[in-house]
Write a protein that binds this ligand. Sequence first.
Ligand SMILES: [Zn+2]
Length: 377
Amino acid sequence: MAHQILQIDAFMSEAISYPFDESPAYGTTREVTDGVHWLRMPLPMSLNHINLYLIEDDHSWTVIDTGIRGEETRNLWHDIFDHCLKGKPVDRVICTHMHPDHTGQAGFISERWRAPLYMSYSEYYQARVMSTMMRDGGNWQMNEYFHRAGISTEVLEQMAETRSNFAPEPEDIPLPASYIRLRDGEELTIGGRSWIVITGSGHSPEHVCLFSPDLKVLLSGDQILPVITSNVSVQPTEPQANPMQDWLSSHEKFRSLLPEDTLVLPAHNEPFYGAHDRLQQLIDHHEDRMLILEEACVEPMAAIDMLPLLFNRELAGHSLFMGLGECVAHLHCLMSRGRIERSLKDGRYQYHSIDPTLPARARPGQHEAKDDEPILT
Ligand SMILES: [Zn+2]
């Protein structure tokens, strides 16, 4: 399949540089640094690819993330197994986090090689819960969460019909029935080198990154991406959550731990240098988004009515729920800082500004450009 370059976000920085001019074609690998190989798999959405990685050992390979479920990615894995592994088996499958583009083929690869799955505790169990939720219909908790954010009953009913589209097919092999737990700060030896587990939170609950001090390489999953902004959403399963604060704190953590000249190998876009600048850009981006919402909340507003402040397009279907989850994540962070409050009126939360310092901080008309739509990462 032809590879398309992703051009979603024009927000680029000269401080970020890309050492590789070409990504590997599907079904092939490219060695990016000693023993670390990059491969790509397609995704059936506007974000059209995921980067996966293989680390070579003397007698085996470690797989980092696995691609989305389905025949197309499975067949590409067969190509990789047949032509790129130098006759050595896979003996370890690591998934950075629970999202389906990362875990979709974990069962298949684990079964094929009898290789154990390595994940953090929260990600493994959330992945198992998510796979059953996809088969379920709606529930009152989910309906209440979205209704309070401003979604109509009619749209909620339409959503219940489309949710089954995400349910696994019978031929998809489920997530392995056991796993080996990865913990923050733990050291693994892969390819004769030490790799340190560094966890982040916000995009998913206990996202694993792997850092090699020898190579100054970070396998970053969706925790640090150079171009697109990872989705950070409040989910109906935890309607009071504050993932944005976790996300911002994680960015500070990674800035404090990573050397500035780290080569970042992300799950989307291209490998890059400039992690510190990118992390600061993302912190600034979310702070700017929060200020936009805070300025708007001078008059009480429902979350759904704030979406046009964040996104260029009118959102519908899955994008609507993703965008709303992102909007609520920013609002909850503002609430935790004591800058806005909310009250329930006619079944919807109305958010309003309560911080007397807002007029001094506000800068209407001087914000970053809106996003086209939320990106499913
Ligand atoms: Zn993700």
